[in-house]
Structures are given as C-alpha cells and as structure tokens.
Design a protein around this ligand. Structure first.
Ligand code: HEM
Length: 120
C-alpha cells in the first residue's frame, strides 16, 4: 500500500512537471483527453491511499503533528499547482508558481520520510 502511495506520488509530480512544460510552450498537447483526466485519477488514488495508510496505521493528525503539517503542505501544493497551470497569466508567473509548488512538494516528501515536523 505504501509503495503504491509512493509510486503514485512520483507519477503525480512527473505529470505536473510535464503539464507545466507544455503550459510554458502553450502546447496543444495540453488538450489531449488522457492528459486532462489521468492527473485527477492518479491524485485521487494518491490521496485516498494516504488516508487509507493513516487509518490502517492508526496515525491521526491531532496526535501526530507531522501528518497535520503534511496535509497543510499538500493543500498549499495543490493550490500552487492549480495557480501554475490555470491562473498564472504569463510565463514568469507560471515559473514562479512551479517553483513554489516544488518547494511545497519538497516539504511534503521531507515530512513523509522523516516523520518530523519542520514548522509546527
Ligand atoms: C502529494 C501528496 C502526497 C505525497 C507526495 C506523499 C508522499 C509520501 C511518501 C514519499 C511516503 C513514504 C515515506 C517513507 O516511509 O519513506 C508516504 C507515506 C505515508 N503517507 Fe503520504 N504522501 C502524500 C499524501 C498523503 C496524504 C493525503 C496522507 C493522509 C492523509 C498521507 C499519509 C501517509 C502515511 C500515513 C504514510 C506512511 C507513514 C509510515 O510509514 O508510517 N500521505 N507519503
């Protein structure tokens, strides 16, 4: 279960980076059906597996602050990702959005692997 969670996390980051590159190039590939649908399916399973792992291992975010911080960081990652691909109006803002999203995902992976909070 954990390995599937980690594999989906890697695919999710790769797909986001690919869509970011296509956005920078204003590529028509972005309209491909598989590229519009697959990130949602992968991200849904990634998050569901995360919740499943937390339930199975009896790790709750009130007792385990690292999980609370991880969830907060994921919310910021999702928002900065959405900003990068949908809201940013020019290349500079898209690049800034992407770097911001990568910063948040680095925090998520660091918290996930160390199980230590960074800010809380
Ligand atoms: C962008 C989303 C996510 C990423 C990139 C991510 C990343 C990871 C990684 C890399 C691990 C393996 C850590 C290790 O043991 O080396 C992991 C484990 C785990 N994740 Fe996630 N995760 C995400 C979302 C979530 C969510 C939403 C939850 C729960 C609400 C969650 C709960 C867990 C739990 C409980 C573990 C297992 C911890 C353990 O081994 O004790 N994850 N995650």
């Amino acid at each position: 279960m954990k390995h599937l969670h980690m594999t989906l996390a890697a695919i999710s980051i790769i797909l986001f980076t690919y869509r970011f590159a296509l956005t920078l190039m204003s590529s028509a590939q972005l309209d491909k059906k598989w590229l519009k649908i697959s990130p949602h399916i992968i991200d849904t399973f990634l998050l569901l597996l995360g919740v499943g792992l937390a339930v199975k291992l009896a790790i709750n975010p009130i007792e385990y602050l690292w999980l609370a911080e991880k969830i907060i960081a994921i919310v910021f990652y999702i928002f900065t990702g959405y900003y990068t691909l949908k809201l940013a109006r020019n290349r500079t803002m898209q690049v800034i959005g992407y770097l911001g999203a990568m910063g948040w995902i680095m925090l998520v992976v660091r918290i996930a692997t160390t199980k230590q909070t960074v800010f809380l």
